[in-house]
Design a protein around this ligand. Structure first.
Ligand code: ZN
Ligand code: ZN
Length: 156
């Protein structure tokens, strides 16, 4: 959907990262972040998927390290973390060019699709203003079952 969104330049993100808390992008962290940057905006990966990709690229790294690295990249502002109840956690590139967007999440397989909705953003803004909260982000995660998983249900 947002495939045409230009990605932030890597040098740019690097500077932001060094700025935030003075924590450095080690080669390991850079490699994990690189996975997301290669795939571009609109991709949502679980820690297991990131781990799998790294192993495929011959990086010997434990799943625990992948989790830690992902959390750190969230802290540093490079990634967004989505908490998806049954679907676990997924991570996506945090890009300033990307407007607030929402997710349809299959609770069975974790497939995640994005959609945009001005009315969701408006509703969040109106609710926040009404009680004097400062709006930071309005995102909606919709729990759902994807077509493939619905077919699996029928086949049972
Ligand atoms: Zn997303
Ligand atoms: Zn599914």
């Amino acid at each position: 959907m947002s495939q045409s969104t230009p990605l932030p330049r890597f040098e740019g993100t690097l500077e932001i990262g060094l700025h935030k808390g003075g924590r450095r992008l080690t080669p390991q962290r850079r490699k994990v972040l690189g996975l997301f940057e290669d795939k571009g905006a609109g991709i949502h990966l679980s820690a297991e998927e990131v781990h799998h990709q790294l192993l495929k690229a011959n990086s010997r790294v434990s799943l625990a390290t992948v989790y830690r690295t992902l959390r750190l990249l969230v802290d540093m502002g490079f990634l967004h973390e989505l908490e998806l109840s049954e679907g676990g956690h997924r991570f996506e590139l945090a890009s300033n060019d990307q407007p607030d967007h929402h997710h349809l999440v299959c609770v069975r397989c974790g497939r995640t699709e994005e959609f945009e909705s001005e009315s969701v953003i408006q509703a969040g803004r109106a609710a926040a203003e009404k009680i004097g909260f400062k709006l930071l982000e309005s995102t909606l995660n919709v729990r759902s079952v994807c077509p493939e998983c619905q077919n699996d249900d029928l086949a049972k």
